[in-house]
Ligand binder design. Sequence first.
Ligand SMILES: Nc1ncnc2c1ncn2[C@@H]1O[C@H](COP(=O)(O)OP(=O)(O)OP(=O)(O)O)[C@@H](O)[C@H]1O
Ligand SMILES: [Mg+2]
Length: 446
Amino acid sequence: MSRILVVDDEKVFRSSLAEFLRGQDYSVKTAGNGEEALELLEDHDFSVVLTDIRMPRVNGLELLEEVRARRPEMAVMLMTAHASLDTAVNGFRQGAYDYILKPVTLEDVVHKVENILDQQRLRQQVDRLQSQLRERLGFEGIIGDSEPMQQVFDLIDRVAALPTTVLLTGDSGTGKELVARAIHERSEVADEEFLAVNMGAMNTELVEAQLFGAEKGAYTGSDRARDGIFRAARGGTVFLDEIGEMPMEAQAKLLRTVEHQEVMPLGSSEPVSVDFRLVAATNRDLEQMVEEGTFRRDLYYRLNIFHIELPPLRDRREDIPALVDHFIAQHARKLRRPAPTPTNEAMKALMGYDWPGNVRELSNVIERAVILASDEQITLEALPGNLMDCETEGGAMSLDCVVERSERDHIRRVLELTDGNRSEAADVLEVDRATLYRRLDKYGLD
Ligand SMILES: Nc1ncnc2c1ncn2[C@@H]1O[C@H](COP(=O)(O)OP(=O)(O)OP(=O)(O)O)[C@@H](O)[C@H]1O
Ligand SMILES: [Mg+2]
């Protein structure tokens, strides 16, 4: 039963309105002024508050302000005998849901109240569906409730609608391509193309033809003219994946394209203007490549305007259960099998593992587990042996294993802090260098 609070200093009016509403099957409480109303609000919930404006002590507009602040989910409707539009407008500005002029007809009040309740029900339904969808799909299909992923989502939100170039870095399988697509989906050019080219394993000519286009016969084996991805984008998003693999010659041309928004197709001497938004990704350390002279510094600066780093999965283990659910559902659907549930032990092993291949590796492990599941359960047996491996005998959750894991994580973090300087790291860790070296060896860190 919907609950309504009637607030008015005229006793006869408020009791007759309350009586009438009760007759319509609402649960009603009354208050003689804003102060009494606020007291009732302390320990009662209402869907709708109907309040007079002019009342002693706390008036209707003050009450409205308090309700907005404390219980924003409650709708407030103002009732006023002093038919000044100003007051009503003021009330609207402060977030009143509606107003009604006195003298009121009781039917009118009920009609408005029903409208409010309908809207509230719809809103709740939409909220519920949205949160179900968010749970299922995460952010544009990217799952991640962890703090580091929330920061990633925040960065995506901030930059997506701008034409700014975005550089995505992160280990293999951390979701760079997924993020590139999310940026496109949330951009102003979401209706245009999203075109991806992978720079890996291509010779210079092919990379250049794919990016900048080529005249027919411009290079060996080219049997037709090509537009190239920048021309084909026509205002959409160009995603250059594995940009760290780009040949040096092509890098020079890319710089020109990014700076002047034009391409020079292979075999042509006429520049063509192009219109695109650029997102680039790599799992290489571009800064180091710049130092080594294998990546152009000027291009690096051009790309590194807005940088989003995807955290490795081992640094956001709290995301693992949701990802596991997501991939179980996905692979079970694809394989047309019932969706199994992981046992507690299996989930612990999944959460304890290091995931060098990140989310992609997790997805593969789950696919295999869905196939190997028995009785709709994913047990330890359905997981690859190395998930349970530890240098020691015990399983992934044995104390020894957990201690080793945190030792290894800690050493890795300290090495990051000292930029890989081992003597400094040994000092911070308060061990001698020989001990540190033994650990690095043991854990395969370098
Ligand atoms: N947070 C996530 N939520 C759901 N799926 C994810 C998430 N991160 C990655 N995936 C999935 O994992 C797989 C690998 O992700 P993606 O291809 O985006 O990684 P990547 O960083 O581009 O890797 P690489 O550097 O190897 O190209 C994809 O199938 C992707 O859909
Ligand atoms: Mg990728």
